[in-house]
Design a protein around this ligand. Structure first.
Ligand SMILES: [Zn+2]
Length: 255
């Protein structure tokens, strides 16, 4: 279950100022908070049970403090079960939800090899029912074919009023990004704990170490790329870890 939320759903002067100022090329430390003001309903499109924690676990842990986060898991992840069953993978992700303080996931249980019309209808129904203000999803250009399928299924159901935020995965980094989430040591620790709840996946590959390396890599290089400019001394900013995103549809979200 989500943590108790502070505040209520409302528009905010600070938020409107942020949008109108168009300062979206760079997201400085507090900007993710200014963009995603409190009391928002956020859907996270997860192709597999472990994508959320591996790709954006720290940001979700931060956002869950003042928003309602609803993960939707599109596929069962039966291609990477290791020694575990689909049911055990579901238990792993429920454990993850508690660590991150988010709602228990909705499982669509789609077959990655065959998307039927009834599956498309089911996705549509869920998106209409959940009425999210913000949708976080993998890139439609993600190199993982199953991720791409989930992204494309979701994109068809996005509404103009919804803010769309694309996240990167360790398997498919974003070439272009315009939103940065700066992560403290504590946030990173929570992310790694959430990833470790997916024991079946850690058995296959060290996803905790991979995710940590990516967050540190972004933290080390983004300050020069996006915040201070090349050649500048980026310390102590580069001591942080980061997750990066591509933000779209700000105009629709504003209205
Ligand atoms: Zn995945």
């Amino acid at each position: 279950m989500p943590k108790e939320k502070k505040g209520k759903r409302s528009s905010s002067k600070k938020f409107n100022y942020f949008i109108k100022s168009q300062k979206i090329d760079i997201s400085l430390p507090r900007s993710f908070k200014e963009l995603v003001i409190e009391g928002r309903k956020i859907i996270v499109v997860c192709p597999h049970p472990d994508d959320l924690s591996i790709s954006l676990g720290a940001t979700i842990s931060i956002l869950s403090k003042w928003n309602e986060i609803q993960p939707i898991i599109f596929f069962t992840g039966d291609g990477g079960l290791g020694s575990k069953s689909v049911e055990e993978r579901k238990k792993e992700v429920i454990k993850e939800s508690k660590i991150l303080g988010i709602s228990q996931p909705i499982f669509l249980n789609l077959n990655k090899n065959e998307i039927k019309d009834k599956d498309k209808k089911e996705v549509k129904k869920i998106f209409e029912k959940e009425k999210a203000d913000i949708v976080l999803l993998p890139s439609e250009k993600d190199s993982h074919p199953t991720h791409k399928k989930a992204a494309n299924l979701a994109i068809k159901n996005l509404e103009k009023s919804q803010l769309q935020i694309f996240y990167e995965t360790p398997w498919s980094l974003l070439r272009e990004f315009n939103l940065i989430s700066i992560i403290s040591k504590k946030d990173l620790k929570i992310k790694l704990k959430a990833i470790k709840s997916h024991k079946s996946q850690i058995e296959r590959a060290p996803y905790d170490k991979i995710a940590k390396a990516l967050s540190k890599f972004r933290g080390g290089t983004v300050p020069e790329q996006k915040i201070l400019s090349y050649g500048k001394n980026t310390k102590p900013l580069s001591n942080y870890a980061m997750e990066v995103f591509r933000l779209e549809n700000l105009k629709g979200y504003e209205n």
